[in-house]
Ligand binder design. Structure first.
Ligand SMILES: NC(=O)C[C@H](N)C(=O)O
Length: 568
């Protein structure tokens, strides 16, 4: 975050509609055109004398000087048609992003004037559509039209223009009632009061009072000099389902039918839902068909956790945690992730579980570790390694660790570069792990496939005797387990030594995903734990019905056999 310098700051204000510019027609408010003309008559928004002296065009206004050394000019681009924001959709928000992209080089910052009703959705969508922002983008609007005597539009718009012109905050933000919020953290909480928005799980990025207080440690840093990317291929077939006590399974089934590809499910408290078997079965069936479900709490504050069995049941049904995301942000993220071409189902779920634009707070320790996922870094390393011709020894020492880092991050580009530089992708790093271990631990199905196709050994053991298959089981990376099993990987007797106790632990926590991972890897789920009880007995005692059904099915039916040879 930096203070914006220079004698002139140029902004683009994209006017999309909303109450701020509305007029009364037949007793109701409708979007009103000509916002620039209204602003031109208000001295706080326009210095006509200066504009004339500079010969500014009709659509470009200039603020009175905020400081002696700086002038802010802004061009108002009025959209056609103008909308009450209740009518806006992903299509219009992508168009706004494309407008910003078209004018990105000409302006120092952007203000989007938008209706408040869906402004939180708009800000969330824009935050995902616009990648690598280096300039400030601020949405604002009003509860009362700007031409009314007592209104909030003037203060909000002027504040947004001043913030966008005076600070470089490379994010999509929302300015309302003297507070600058991260756009994908807000939700509209009041339909009448001027303080219409709140950001329940992240303090404001800035607060305007006598002074402007910027929360510097919260503002995201611009990533290098990577060019702006506009992701216009957003998935439209996503939805929002709010659970309520007693919601019938049949209703959930009807909602989850194709063409729906992803759903944000608003659950109770810390991510809990009914544990009725018929409902869980519907959710699990949908997840198995490839429908992506994100669990968000309908509480305003707090996060989805795994504190309760009722929450674990949700997780067991193949549902991704949305942690403390607002439903607006989760829906936008889902649309963005599902719109990404070429991602496997596991790849989509992994992307959803990451914090991509500051939209969610991950539990401590779960943050995505710095890696080689940035291809600029990968290219830099490749360059460095080719430069030092004489430093073969250094190169040989570095290669295995670099390959492991790239495999863990699923960076196929870097892996390819390393192969081209002559790296052997089956070499071990300092703790005996190969890139296949790293890819399996990171759940990177793409990297696992690439390595297997390249002919690496499927069952190497690291210093502790662990195989990639075991690491994939521990991370519940089902796609990876499937690939390794298909290539002939097996768990060793040593890896299966304490499996019975582990299975009982999973059964007691209703961790169906964990149990299914072991089963998929070839473990015998009938193995007793330390006290002689099987996972089935433990699940029955804990009343974890879903787990019971799963284990009974294995015991009784065709699924009784583990899906392949269990041990070497
Ligand atoms: N205050 C507002 O802007 C509400 C209006 N219905 C809109 O969202 O366009």
């Amino acid at each position: 975050m930096a203070r914006a310098l220079g004698p002139e700051r140029r902004l683009l204000a994209v006017y999309t509609g909303g109450t701020i510019g509305m007029r009364s027609e037949h007793g109701v408010l409708v979007p009103g055109s000509g916002l620039a003309a209204v602003l031109r008559t208000l001295p706080m928004f326009h210095d006509e004398e200066h504009a004339r002296a500079c010969g500014l065009p009709e659509d470009t206004l200039v603020l009175p000087p905020a400081s002696p050394a700086q002038r802010v000019t802004y061009t108002v681009l009025e959209c056609q048609p103008l909308f009450d924001s209740s009518d806006m959709t992903i299509t219009e928000w992508v168009q706004i992003a494309q407008t910003i992209e078209r004018h990105y080089g000409q302006y120092d910052g952007f203000v989007v004037i938008h209706g408040t009703d869906t402004m939180a959705f708009a800000a969330s969508v824009l935050s995902f559509v616009l990648e690598n922002l280096q300039k400030t983008v601020i949405l604002t609007g009003a509860q009362v039209p700007i031409h009314a005597l007592w209104n909030d539009g003037r203060e909000n718009l002027l504040g947004a223009l001043l913030m966008a012109s005076q600070y470089v905050i490379p994010e999509v933000c929302l300015f309302f009632q003297n507070q600058l919020f991260r756009g994908n953290r807000v939700t509209k909480v009041d339909s009448r009061r001027f303080a219409a928005f709140c950001s329940p799980n992240l303090p404001p990025l800035a607060v305007v009072g006598t002074d402007v207080t910027i929360n510097r440690e919260l503002v995201r840093k611009a990533r290098g000099k990577d060019p702006l990317v506009v992701h216009s291929s957003m998935e439209r077939d996503v939805g929002l389902l709010r659970l309520y006590p007693g919601i019938p399974a049949a209703l959930v089934r009807a909602f989850l039918q194709p063409p729906l590809k992803g759903v944000v499910m608003e659950t109770f408290g810390s991510g809990n839902g009914p544990t009725k078997l018929d409902l869980l079965r519907e959710l699990q069936a949908a997840a198995e068909r490839g429908l992506v479900i994100v669990n968000c709490t309908h509480c305003l504050q707090g996060s989805v956790t795994s504190d309760y069995a009722a929450g674990m049941a949700m997780a067991g049904a193949g549902i991704v945690s949305g942690f403390d995301m607002t439903s607006e942000a989760a829906l936008a993220k889902l649309s963005y992730v599902l719109g990404q071409p070429g991602l496997s189902l596991d790849g989509k779920k992994e992307l959803l579980a990451r914090d991509l634009r500051g939209e969610m707070t991950l539990p401590t320790g779960a943050e995505h570790r710095p890696s080689l996922s940035c291809s600029a870094l990968g290219r830099g390393i490749a360059q460095l390694l080719t430069l030092s011709q004489e430093a073969d020894a250094v190169r040989d020492a570095l290669m295995p660790s670099l390959a492991c880092a790239a495999a863990h991050a699923g960076n196929l580009e870097v892996l390819q570069v390393l192969v081209e530089l002559g790296s052997d992708l089956s070499l071990e790093n300092f703790n005996g792990q190969t890139p296949l271990h790293a890819a399996a631990r990171g759940g990177q199905a793409g990297a696992v496939s690439m390595l297997l196709r390249g002919g690496v050994h499927v069952g190497p053991r690291d210093e502790d005797g662990l195989s990639p298959l075991l690491l994939a089981v521990k991370g519940r990376h089902r796609g990876v387990i499937e690939l390794l099993r298909a290539a002939g990987a097996c768990l060793s007797p040593r890896e299966l030594e304490d499996v019975g106790t582990e299975l009982c632990r999973l059964a007691s926590r209703a961790d169906l995903d964990g149990l299914q991972s072991w089963w998929q890897a070839g473990a015998d789920l009938g193995c007793p734990g330390y006290d002689g009880r099987s996972a089935l007995l433990v699940a029955e005692a804990a009343g974890n019905l879903e787990v019971v059904t799963f284990l009974q099915k294995l015991q009784g039916g065709a699924g009784a056999q583990a899906p392949g040879p269990a041990t070497l």
